[in-house]
Design a binder for this molecule. Structure first.
Ligand SMILES: [Cu+2]
Length: 583
């Protein structure tokens, strides 16, 4: 089978767990080499309305000292794409097999002590605790957030406030129905353990989820081959390498923040804070050997791109030579752009597209003509003087060849159009109230610029403080059925990335400029403050709490995971409507 294995290099299962000379233990989370063909994640598809999945959650510390995390399915595939139709049931049994995260901490001399951040206080026993009310949280605890789905925030569905699965626990069962009206598009799953989310996601703990049927919203998509691309970040493979000189432009100085990440140089060049990978093929600094994407000449494909980075912003562009190619964006954050019910088969054609951590973008791209190569790049993102460095860099070479293997999936050729939405388009609903929230940061020691930063996301009128997982009162309470406008202000000198669980929102204003977007989002950038303007930058969002599945208590936070882990998070309770509560 080795030849077949090479041909379907897409299947990560082809990489055997292997022992290395430096490390006798088998590599539990093997990854492709730099410069490899971009594999497709394995697909797991629902049958007869149900998708049953068993995932082992593992980690492995390589010879380089970095700990990788992976979701492994029964057949050995890593980070499978979960494909379901609206109305289908997902049954996912997760076995926490983490073992090594603390050994890495010991090896590097970093703090190895597990954190007791639980509400129970006295739960020190090793007996299996109720994972729905787990009191103990360590770096080896985990859970899953199903990012973007409007499913209830309750244990065994999409709760991350109380659900904690420990090593040694029996497999934990997630079981829920994809709502019948869930917009078709790209969603994802990742762990959401307060204080440890960054380490696990940076190590590779993420996978895609697709609600099938995007071609039912746009007949231009019928029959197109589709690719899932997950862009992750990871610690630099070559952290001590000097940036490559380009032309006569002087190299910017490398300053690092408290986490040791390279700070924004303001030049679009220099050392990045993190390396990137494309479906686990690393593209390491400083030479950025690109991954390889093979396409048939001039073939149109739907690319479904997830930014699963812990802290890295993307600004994607496809180049043929020096010419940026038009990308036909058909969905953001899992929601087709004509979700407002407007007729037409809409695409928004752009030459580049920003994707914040946690964001998804689905676009139509045409392959290069025969004999020509293209490049997928991420342009630089200005994250502010307090932000990390996200320089311009290539991700993949796009090679046109008549015998390129076709992507595994193709959209339906004769789709039934989706029925029109039954609820009023959110842009046409009058909000019941407006709230303001703001991002802020303080140094733990105001006299020491190198002291750790405290990250906060505060409802105006409340006392600024980092997220407290033991707090019993939610920061915000709304009634199911409400629609609100939220102003999110940034009082810091770095970019933040607002995200809310369970619901989507519409962007109304960007930095004081009204926008009229015919689509919804669940993540949005909030521009940074320049340190002197009298007015802080802000975005205005229309928040939709109408869906009965949103009833419950859940989180909103910055999706830069070191900010989230550091406290830039709050809780919201969506209370049942009065007439429902009486029943
Ligand atoms: Cu942030």
């Amino acid at each position: 089978m080795p030849r077949l294995c090479l041909l379907i290099i897409a299947v990560l299962a082809c990489y055997p767990a292997r022992a290395t000379a430096q490390n006798a233990a088998p590599d539990l989370c093997p990854r492709p080499a730099a410069g490899s063909a971009v594999p497709e994640p394995p697909d797991l598809r629902s049958e007869n309305g149900v998708l049953e999945v068993e995932l082992a959650y593992r980690n492995f510390t390589g010879a380089d000292g970095e700990t990788r995390y992976c979701y492994v399915s029964k057949d050995g595939g890593q980070a499978p794409t979960l494909r379901l139709k609206p109305g289908d049931t997902l049954v996912l049994r997760l076995k926490n097999e983490l073992t090594t995260s603390r050994s890495k901490s010991v090896a590097t001399g970093k703090s190895a002590a597990p954190m007791d951040m639980g509400a129970g206080g006295d739960s020190m026993s090793m007996a299996v605790a109720d994972p729905c009310a787990s009191a103990k949280m360590t770096s080896d605890s985990t859970n899953i957030h199903f990012h973007g789905l409007t499913v209830p925030a309750v244990c065994h569905q999409d709760d991350v406030l109380n659900t904690m699965i420990q090593p040694g626990d029996p497999p934990f069962e997630y079981r829920f129905q994809i709502p019948a009206d869930e917009p078709p598009g790209l969603y994802w799953y990742h762990p959401h353990i307060h204080g440890f989310t960054k380490a696990q996601v940076l190590g590779g703990a993420s996978g895609a989820m697709i609600v099938e049927g995007i071609e039912r919203t746009n007949r231009e998509l019928a029959g197109l081959p589709e690719r899932v691309m997950i862009i992750r970040d990871q610690d630099l493979v070559n952290p001590n390498a000097a940036p490559t000189q380009t032309g006569s432009v002087p190299l910017p100085p490398v300053n690092v923040d408290a986490e040791g990440d390279a700070m924004n140089t303001g030049t679009g060049t220099g050392k990045p804070a993190k390396d990137l990978s494309l479906n686990f093929v690393p593209v390491p600094y400083p030479d950025y050997p690109p991954a390889v994407i093979a396409m048939r000449p001039a073939e149109r494909q739907l690319w479904r791109v997830l930014n699963a980075s812990a802290i890295t912003y993307l600004n994607l562009q496809v180049m043929f030579g020096n010419a940026a190619q038009a990308l036909g964006v058909v969905a953001l954050d899992g929601v087709p752009i004509n979700e407002n019910g407007a007729p037409g088969n809409r695409a928004i054609w752009v030459s580049h597209v920003g994707v914040p951590p946690g964001g998804r973008i689905e676009f139509v791209v045409k392959g290069p003509p025969d004999g020509m190569k293209g490049t997928l790049v991420t342009r630089s993102v200005n994250t502010g003087v307090g932000g990390e460095n996200d320089p311009v860099r290539p991700l993949a070479t796009i090679v046109a060849s008549a015998d390129a293997p076709e992507p595994r999936s193709r959209l339906a050729t004769s789709p039934q159009p989706l029925p029109p939405p039954t609820s009023t388009w959110i842009g046409d609903v009058k909000p019941v109230r407006t709230r303001k929230l703001y991002f802020s940061e303080t140094l733990q020691d105001p006299n020491d610029p190198n002291s750790p930063t405290t990250f906060m996301l505060t409802v105006e009128g409340q006392t600024p403080k980092p997220y407290d997982m033991n707090a019993t009162t939610p920061n915000i309470t709304v009634q199911q059925g409400d629609v609100e406008d939220w102003i999110i202000e940034n009082r810091t000198q770095e970019l933040h990335d607002f995200h809310i669980h369970q619901i989507h929102f519409m962007l109304l204003d960007w930095f004081g400029l009204p926008v009229d977007e015919p689509f919804l989002r669940d993540t949005v950038n909030v521009p940074f403050w320049d340190g002197k303007s009298a007015v802080y930058p802000m975005v205005k969002l229309r928040m939709d709490f109408r869906d009965p599945n949103a009833v419950g208590t859940f989180l909103y936070h910055c999706h830069l995971l070191e900010h989230e882990d550091g406290g830039m998070m709050g809780t919201i309770r969506v209370a049942p409507r009065a007439q429902d509560a009486k029943k």
